[in-house]
Every structure is written in C-alpha cells, then in structure tokens.
Ligand binder design. Structure first.
Ligand code: PRP
Ligand code: GUN
Length: 175
C-alpha cells in the first residue's frame, strides 16, 4: 500500500539549502579538516549531499547507528548504540550530521558520549529541526537546514516503517 504524501520541502529547496550549509562549513573550517559523523540511517542522504558541497578543506567521514525510535513514531527515550564509529575522533573537528532533531534525546546522548572521546571540537548539523518537540535543553545546534512545525515527516532519508527513505524530497503524510 502507498500513502498519500504531500511535499513539504522540494528537492530543489533541499539542494539550495544544502549548498548554503556546505559553503558556510567550508568558510567556518577554513585551514582545518572536518570529520563528518553520519547518524544512520536517516542522516545518509543529507550527509552525502552536504559532503559534496564542502569545498577546499579535507573531509573525512564515519558512520554511527543509534536506535531510539525503532519502528515507533515517537521516541521512547531510550537510546542505544547499534553501530559504533570505526575510527577514533580524538583531536578531530567533528560535525555530527543528522536528518532531524525532534525530542533532542538522540543528540543529547550522542554528544555526551562523543565528548568523552576528546575531539578537538564537536558541532551539530541537522537538516531539520522541530523545536516545539524538544524535551532536553542541553543540545546546541550549530547548523540547521530548515525549522519545521510539529508534523511527522518522511523522505530524503527519513522513513515511515522503514519505507520512503528514497524520496528525493521531504513530505508529510495523511494519517
Ligand atoms: O530528537 P529525537 O527525538 O531523538 O529524534 C531524532 C532521531 O530520530 C530519528 O532516528 P530513528 O531512531 O528514527 O532511526 P533511523 O534514522 O534509522 O530511521 C532521526 O534520524 C534522529 O536520529
Ligand atoms: N521519519 C521521521 N522520523 C522522525 N524522528 C523524529 N521525528 C521524526 C519525523 O518527523 N519523521
């Protein structure tokens, strides 16, 4: 069964904003090297496109999977590491790349454990932010693509029951 999906953010808008963020990061980290950490699976599309827009500085990447939602539509509050990083982040300029911040629990947990591994710096870049949903107050977002209202979104990495991650745009769904 397919669902009725409305476009919230088009592919063109995603491309344009991602290019701006990439340019901003390239300027902010001039003369340094950035280590992008993708939070699987939702962050994949955004990280791939964002990385292509970072220019004139060396970029390395690693991947991590945490699970907070499973197949639930809202967060249970329990975060666990499903796949850890392959490489040490000690001394690196880390940017965590996420598809969405909702309650903030995932990033709050992640930043706390990654800080203990002694990166030189750690910043957060999220494509989408739903500030109305925040339940933690210790997450500081450095780069945001779009601030969106409290609505369930999918596409461009974000799933509904593991489907729709392949959509080239962000959509909302009739329930
Ligand atoms: O701010 P929070 O309320 O913690 O929510 C944000 C998290 O939820 C989503 O991941 P999900 O657990 O759905 O995994 P997925 O990326 O593999 O789909 C999203 O990718 C973030 O990691
Ligand atoms: N697919 C999806 N995952 C989320 N995780 C937190 N919020 C959302 C959302 O709106 N959509």
């Amino acid at each position: 069964m397919m669902h009725n999906i409305q476009t919230l953010i088009s592919a063109e808008e995603l491309n344009a904003r991602t290019a701006e963020l990439g340019k901003q990061i390239s300027e902010d980290y001039k003369g340094k090297e950035v280590h992008l950490i993708c939070v699987l699976k939702g962050g994949v599309m955004f990280m791939v496109d964002l990385s292509k827009q970072i220019q004139d500085i060396p970029v390395t990447m690693d991947f991590m999977a945490v699970s907070s939602y499973g197949n639930e539509v809202s967060s249970s509050g329990v975060v666990k590491i499903v796949k850890d990083l392959d490489e040490s982040i000690e001394g690196k300029e880390v940017i965590i790349v996420e598809d969405i911040i909702d309650s903030g629990r995932t990033l709050s947990y992640l930043v706390n454990i990654l800080k203990d591994r002694k990166p030189n710096s750690i910043k957060i870049c999220t494509l989408l932010d739903k500030p109305d949903r925040r339940v933690v107050d210790d997450v500081q977002v450095d780069y945001t693509g779009f601030t969106i209202p409290d609505k369930f979104v999918l596409g461009y990495g974000l799933d509904y029951l593991q489907r729709y991650r392949n959509l080239p745009y962000i959509g909302t769904m009739d329930s």
